[in-house]
Design a protein. Structure first.
Length: 454
């Protein structure tokens, strides 16, 4: 197969056929990126910063087009897609400040002067998932380019359209074509070559823990650097002293955003037993009120799942004997629709409570006290995100310190701000993206000693 038909998940219609990059074409692209690296590294910090700002301006000027592409390709709601395109712009602007701030250190030593330099790595391979194609691409390529690396980027096979457009915008902004290349193709071909090719000095991967382990093992053979952002089974912990009405009203949007296709989705709600019944009473109308439908409509809050295969996977968790408490609605007819679904498994070993379903399914389980809440939140092999609802600041801090997760939010469901670190504990990943330190992950520290002895 040399091409791939991109399908609109809301209509099941073919949007476009995209040529798949071959192994030979991947090698040629990596060779071009390697050849372009010395010149890109030598671009002055101020000029590199200006090019990144121009790239950000080009994204901003094309924001509505990018958003509409994502609605068509990924089934994202138009509101989400506009935010995602804006996030690419904002991340580029944020890291456009980095080239002029890649500071080394002067370290006191005897007999001379000791200084350090932050040197770029070379060619960086970025492998992007299908659930958030635009922002996750930007989280990889923006700091990598800012640090002086060249980038080869593989979008997910099913969602390549916005990445292809971003590469066009980069060229329009003046970034050399070989410095930032987008290679649509199969993970087993393009992504695997990023892992195997010795000229690729780092791989950035967002996706499943299973594939992340394979990538990490492959990179180990060359002691190749990796950043991994993997799965999540995130707890939304509701204490009895919380604003229960607000906690229930916001809970659906903490898990059903992007149809639950989000590693940060709070797909396990832990509710203190004394308020469990009341919380469920409040949750039901909130779930039934989620507007599921045409992702191009301004009123829509949740769109379809990404593909027929993924719908089948999500559906496999809900059988005739599943403990379904209540469900929302979803359109019938063409499209990979799945209604928001609330289940009440009897224990945390139930796949409904333990697995990353990656769809609009949320499990609600009661807990006893604070210790129970932390223990239950930590039962999973994942540790990416989560929420804590309480009015007690001391409890909020105790629980936040106790939960093994990289990104926690108190009385909200926030996970990502581009100016703060993002990443996971345990099998949710390795390394951190975003924030002021992300550029360091795309550099090596070089130490230089200058003797001053006569």
């Amino acid at each position: 197969m040399t091409t791939f038909d991109v399908i609109n998940p809301a209509t099941e219609q073919v949007v476009r056929s995209v040529a798949l990059t071959t192994l030979e074409e991947t090698d040629a692209a990596i060779a071009r990126a390697q050849a372009a690296y010395p010149a890109w590294k030598a671009v002055s910090p101020g000029d590199r910063a200006r090019l990144l700002r121009r790239f950000a301006d080009a994204v901003d000027a094309d924001l509505e087009n990018l958003a509409q592409l994502e609605v068509t390709n990924s089934g994202h709601t138009i509101g989400n897609a506009r935010w995602e395109a804006g996030n690419v712009r904002d991340v580029l602007n944020y890291y456009s400040a980095a080239p002029e701030r890649l500071n080394g250190k002067q370290i006191p030593v005897a007999g001379g002067v000791n200084i350090t330099f932050q040197e770029p790595l070379g060619v960086v391979g970025v492998i992007v998932p299908w659930n958030f194609p635009m922002p996750i691409a930007g989280w990889g390529f923006a700091p990598a380019l800012a640090a002086g690396n060249t980038v080869v980027l593989k979008p997910a096979e099913v969602t390549p359209l916005t990445a292809i457009r971003l590469a066009e915008l980069a060229r329009e902004a003046g970034i050399p074509e070989d410095v930032f290349q987008v290679l649509p193709g199969k993970g087993s071909v393009v992504g695997q070559r990023f892992v195997d090719h010795p000229a690729v000095r780092k791989v950035v991967f967002t996706g499943s823990t299973e594939v992340g382990k394979q990538i990490m093992a492959g990179c180990a053979a060359q002691v190749k650097r990796v950043t991994l952002e993997l799965g999540g089974k995130n707890a939304n912990i509701i204490f009895a002293d919380s604003d229960l009405e607000k906690a229930a009203a916001t809970a659906p949007y903490g898990v059903f955003d992007n149809a639950g296709q989000d590693c940060c989705a709070r797909s396990l709600i832990l509710v203190q037993a004394s308020v469990y019944d009341r919380f469920m009473e409040l949750l039901e109308p909130a779930v039934r009120g989620v507007v599921v439908g045409d992702p191009g409509s301004e009123k829509t809050e949740m769109g379809p799942l990404i593909s027929a295969a993924h719908k089948e996977k999500v559906s496999s968790y809900i059988g005739s004997d599943s403990p379904v408490a209540f469900r929302g609605s979803a359109p019938e007819g063409p499209g990979y629709w799945f209604p928001p679904t609330v289940v009440t498994p009897g224990n945390l070993q139930d796949p409904l409570a333990a697995d990353e379903i990656f769809g609009p399914v949320v499990a609600v389980v009661p807990f006893g006290d604070e210790t129970d809440a932390v223990t239950m939140a930590n039962h999973t092999e994942y540790g990416l995100s989560g929420s804590i609802w309480t009015r007690d600041v001391g409890r909020a801090l105790r629980v936040a310190r106790g939960v093994e997760s990289g990104n926690l939010s108190v009385n909200s469901h926030s996970s990502v701000r581009y100016w703060t670190p993002f990443g996971g504990f345990k099998q949710s990943g390795l390394g951190r993206e975003l924030g002021p330190d992300a550029v360091d992950a795309f550099t090596e520290t070089k130490n230089v000693f200058l003797s001053t002895e006569d």
